[in-house]
Design a protein around this ligand. Sequence first.
Ligand SMILES: Cc1cc2nc3c(=O)[nH]c(=O)nc-3n(C[C@H](O)[C@H](O)[C@H](O)COP(=O)(O)OP(=O)(O)OC[C@H]3O[C@@H](n4cnc5c(N)ncnc54)[C@H](O)[C@@H]3O)c2cc1C
Length: 325
Amino acid sequence: MLPPGITAVRGVLSAGRALADLTWLRVGGPAEWLFQPADLADLCSFLGALDPAVPVFPIGVGSNLIVRDGGLSGVVIRLGRGFNDIKISAPAAEPDDAGGDAPGIVTVGAAALDAHVARRAAEAGVDLAFLRTIPGTIGGAVRMNAGCYGSYIADHLDFVKCVTRQGQMITLTKADLGFAYRHTNLPEDWIVISAQLSAPRGQPAVLAQQMADQIARRDASQPTDARSAGSTFRNPAGYSSTGAVGDSHEQKAWWLIDQAGLRGARHGGAQMSPKHPNFLINADSATAADLEELGEDVRKRVLQATGFTLEWEIKRVGTTGPKKD
Ligand SMILES: Cc1cc2nc3c(=O)[nH]c(=O)nc-3n(C[C@H](O)[C@H](O)[C@H](O)COP(=O)(O)OP(=O)(O)OC[C@H]3O[C@@H](n4cnc5c(N)ncnc54)[C@H](O)[C@@H]3O)c2cc1C
């Protein structure tokens, strides 16, 4: 059976496809349908023909997702090979260029991995090193305004190309996307297909060293070998390290969780990492319910202990499964 409105596709369309192995946390139920379009034309014609009542949800590599145990209804769209091109233009500096080198321009498909983009850019002498330790795709990075080490994708984005739920191609500028901390106002069912980024120039060897240092710092402070989805909760808004109220996210969620005595807390197979308490990990065959229930309990107990309300950074999608006995 095919989704309503669909008669044929050139890509891969699977019914009841398990999603657990497509997410970093390795939990959750199936997608009613999973569509992996062959190319842009396939994606546009699929969405144009699909009954508008059917929900659509794009995923990248699931590094910021809890798919609930009951799975996702409608169509999950995952971009692959036809959408992972990386093109880099890094013109040589003009001899009379007093202001420094022109920025490098990176045009990249939404399925390209952030780490791969960072490496390829560095080899061409373009500094997108901050992307090296973010394990998602460019599509996920745009949606989440991913960032680290003081840089965000929003700082480098010129424009993105998207396909709307109706199957139309559209170009959105940075202003259209309304970037904020870990947020864009892109509709949930629009698919980012590519992005153009610009970034300052750098020496390839220096950038390679910087990325190696970042990886070492990550490995020292985060459970990078565990099944996680990165930071579980957003750093609360409005508090700087000096206590001044403003547009800042310097109050760290991990510190609040530590204050509440919840480093290492467990529920079923889920655990708040002993290494970094804002990382919720699948420590031992957790279900999505174990993970989400532990997260909700942490939110409640942090509020009681510190007065701060933590908000989820991990996206939780789908329906809950049957209750365990
Ligand atoms: C070990 C670890 C470390 C991490 N460190 C960081 C970090 O330093 N900084 C940071 O910002 N994040 C970090 N993360 C979180 C995560 O990697 C980012 O949020 C990443 O951008 C998610 O990309 P993804 O492709 O995995 O998206 P997914 O998790 O698959 O999806 C996340 C959201 O993006 C949307 N999405 C995905 N692809 C598309 C698309 N093509 N078009 C439209 N929407 C799309 C989904 O619908 C969903 O809403 C970390 C995660 C892990 C596991």
